[in-house]
Design a protein around this ligand. Structure first.
Ligand code: ADP
Length: 769
């Protein structure tokens, strides 16, 4: 049986078998342990820390004997902490710590308790004595009620009796730990008697001191007390009047909102409840927060939205360079919206690599249709409650993020951007995607139900726009509701223009500079693009420009400089050493190294494939985190080569006496897909025939067992990346010919494209024969 389980060290508290306890956890490791336990069988091992102050305990910082517990309930609190309710099941001892990161996983030895059929006389006597002391303890203690005594006195088993009594005691953890570690019932009872007797002594002395102090106060300050009490009474009388006013105020406000009768009634009931509960009580606070939320929401407030296509076009052009197709599709979308006068159409989804302007296009749309703009990122949202809120019965509950965003918008009809819809997750706390579906569905979102509000809120006037890096991971039902517009990466020329016309003026202004203070020439911009950033979008480019502005601002203030000129010569003073090498073809032609082209959600990239052969037994070793499809494609390549050894001039038995190793650097990034087939095959043949590969050639394409090259996706992004890397010649599958048109003309002009049918043709162009 598996005796391992996640473990949480407890600070300043201990738990015993049969005991139910709730506590809050916030430490990352503990949360991980909890999540793991929830995924397994809800069992968790709890031990006390030796010093409650230790933040990051290691194996020496906690006791070894603790309690195996079952998680009964958990509740997310505001901030990152979680409240859990657990029930102790039995004692256990840590035999071994299996690992410490990301949480403690321990091998636990369960400790069995002795259960007596008939209790020996000596133990009976000890039990009686324990109960006597406990009764005395309760009568002296101010903190624990004597009412629990009969229930405790009825417990029959000695070990259980000792545990229950100890769990009630108000003593330090190290003292309780002694009981936890005493396994033999007789020993446990003896230790407990000692503890109880010493506690009784302490309580007696404490009570003695207290009563002395009290009599003194009684005499000298009786009058003072009476006065204080009178003040409180008066305040309360006054407060009642205040509450009346407050309630009336809210009720008038509510009337003005003109909400549907059912909603209005529900809110009215909440407001009136304030009168019935004690002023200053916690419940009053909860109700007030609720009412404040209700009044902060834009129930009826709308922006006067209008769609003026001319103006919209102007605004989109004002804010963005290029993106002609995107702008065109947006204008069409707005035109349809204008004609149909509703938003019941599909929802726009802007898809593309980071930093290509998806968010900023959405902002421009809001400006163009004259609506407020709010944004909510879905990256990593795994809990339905984040979208829909927690019920009010949870302590510290608040509405979900959708309703919070509506409050920020302040109007009922904002443009609402749902960012990173492809990154939405799901786990045991529910499925956020289906909650989101309800938000986006025009049939349902008129009555959107937030768990906290408990009354429906109308989202039907909202204009939703979503963004994603890829459509592959968007849940299908969501994707079906959306109209996908792809926003592709930029060429170097486009980036230069964006920097000149938009990014530099914007950053200069943001940093409080004037245009004449700072000159960044075009060659400098190109250097930033090529040596300091490697991206499809312009996010890092914008960041580097901001960097320069900051440094320039400092110079202007510190040295009273008037005008700063950046040149390719002094750029390093501002941005440090060059970060990327632009010209990968600088090196010499090598055997076994080919350049492939990859397409990931962050855009296109070049991919180096290295192969080497070492004496061995015919194994194929693949490293660099290659996915399954990629591994299969490598195997297909080898089978093809084996079937063609003669034509290729390769030793027939190469695979018998050698191991072949294929590695793709930047091993930390997972890679997958069939499109590196031809590149891997070429690299292997280069190794086997000891023929160098041309540095300036890059290629992409899937291969078949017969060596045919099949078309692949993402050609535009791949070619842009190859161009960024200084590639001169690109080998593409014949069937990808149509995609060449998608490539911006100025990039196309600088590259030579070769359309290939087979691996043989790839070899012809790639190998130095
Ligand atoms: P995304 O949402 O696609 O990750 P952002 O909208 O955050 O990208 O864009 C990053 C930055 O680049 C923003 O400051 C944006 O204004 C700017 N930007 C992107 N594309 C363009 C463009 N075509 N013209 C002008 N600025 C752009």
């Amino acid at each position: 049986m598996d005796n391992t389980m996640p473990m949480i060290p407890l600070r300043g508290l201990s738990i015993f078998p049969y005991m139910v306890l709730h506590f809050d956890i916030g430490r990352e490791k503990s949360i991980s342990a909890l999540e793991k336990a929830m995924m397994l069988n809800q069992k968790i091992f709890l031990v006390s820390q030796i010093d409650a102050e230790t933040d990051l305990p290691t194996s020496d910082d906690f006791y070894k004997v603790g309690t195996i517990a079952k998680i009964k309930q958990m509740l997310k609190l505001p901030g990152d902490s979680i409240r859990v309710l657990v029930e102790g099941i039995g004692r256990g001892e840590i035999e071994d710590i299996i690992f410490e990161v990301p949480y403690f996983k321990c091998a636990i030895k369960e400790i069995e308790e002795i259960q007596y059929e008939e209790i020996p006389t000596k133990i009976l006597a000890l039990m009686r004595s324990v109960l006597d002391s406990f009764e005395q303890y309760l009568s002296l203690s101010q903190k624990i009620s004597i009412e629990i005594f009969p229930a405790v006195a009825g417990i029959e088993q000695p070990s259980r009796l000792a545990d229950i009594i100890t769990s009630h005691l108000d003593v330090k953890t190290d003292i309780k730990q002694k009981i936890l570690e005493a396994i033999d019932p007789e020993e446990r009872l003896e230790i407990l008697i000692e503890i109880l007797n010493s506690e009784v002594e302490i309580l007696k002395i404490e009570n003695d001191i207290n009563s002395k102090v009290k009599t003194q106060i009684n005499k000298s300050q009786k009058e003072y007390y009476l006065r204080e009490q009178m003040k409180i009474i008066q305040e309360e009388l006054g407060q009642d009047a205040d509450i009346e006013d407050e309630v009336d105020d809210w009720l008038t406000q509510l009337k003005k909102l003109k909400l549907p009768a059912k909603t209005s009634e529900k809110i009215e009931k909440e407001i009136k409840r304030l009168k019935k509960i004690q002023p200053g009580s916690a419940e009053g606070g909860v109700i007030r927060t609720y009412i404040e939320w209700i009044f902060a929401l834009p129930w009826n407030k709308m922006s006067k939205s209008n769609v003026d296509l001319k103006k919209a076009e102007k605004i989109l052009n004002e804010d963005h360079y290029g993106l002609d197709k995107v702008k065109e599709r947006i204008i069409e979308y707005l035109a349809v919206m204008h004609l149909s006068k509703t938003l019941k159409g599909p929802i726009l989804c802007l898809v593309g690599p980071p930093g290509v302007g998806k968010t900023s296009v959405a902002k421009s749309i809001a400006r163009a249709v004259n609506r407020e703009f709010v944004r909510m990122s879905l990256g990593g949202v795994r809990d339905e409650a984040e979208i829909r809120g927690h019920r009010r019965t949870y302590i510290g509950a608040i509405p979900g993020r959708v309703i919070s965003a509506m409050k920020d918008a302040g109007t009922k009809n904002p443009v609402f951007l749902l960012d990173e819809i492809d990154k939405i997750g799901s786990d045991f706390k529910g499925d956020p995607a289906s909650a989101l579906l309800e938000v986006l569905d025009p049939e349902q979102n008129k009555d959107f139900n937030d768990h906290y509000l408990e009354i429906s809120f109308d989202l039907s006037k909202v204009m939703f726009i979503t963004t994603a890096n890829t459509i592959d991971t968007i849940p299908r039902p969501l994707l079906d509701r959306m109209e996908v517009i792809s926003v592709t990466g930029y060429t170097e020329e486009e980036k230069v223009e964006i920097a000149k016309q938009y990014l530099i003026p914007k950053k200069v202004k943001e940093h409080g500079l004037k245009d004449e203070n700072l000159t960044i020439s075009e060659p400098v911009i190109r250097n930033i693009i090529n040596y300091y950033t490697r991206e499809s979008g312009v996010r890092n480019l914008e960041r580097e420009i901001a960097n320069i502005c900051r440094k320039a601002a400092r110079k202007i203030v510190e040295y009273n400089a008037k005008r700063i000129r950046l040149t390719t010569g002094n750029l390093e003073n501002y941005l440090g050493k060059k970060r990327f090498r632009y010209d990968i073809i600088e090196g010499v032609n090598e055997v076994g190294v080919t350049t492939g082209l990859a397409w990931t959600i962050v855009g296109g990239d070049t991919l180096f494939i290295e192969t080497t052969m070492v004496p061995g037994t015919g194994k194929l070793v693949l490293t660099g985190q290659l996915g399954e499809v990629m591994q299969e494609s490598a195997k297909a390549g080898i089978s093809y080569i084996r079937s063609k050894t003669k034509e290729l001039g390769i030793d027939e038995k190469f695979y018998k006496e050698n191991d072949l190793h294929i590695h793709i650097p930047e091993g930390a990034t997972p890679k997958d897909g069939p499109s590196a087939g031809v590149t891997m095959c070429t690299a292997i043949i280069s190794t086997l025939t000891n023929t160098p590969v041309r540095k300036e050639v890059a290629m992409t394409g899937e291969i078949t067992l017969r060596g045919k090259v099949l078309p692949v996706g993402g050609i535009r992004e791949k070619v842009l990346a190859a161009h960024r890397a200084g590639i001169k010649k690109i080998l593409l599958p014949v069937d990808n010919e149509v995609d060449i048109e998608e490539i911006p003309a100025n990039v196309r002009k600088k590259l030579e494209f070769v359309l290939i049918n087979s691996v043989d043709e790839a070899l012809e162009h790639a190998l130095v024969r």
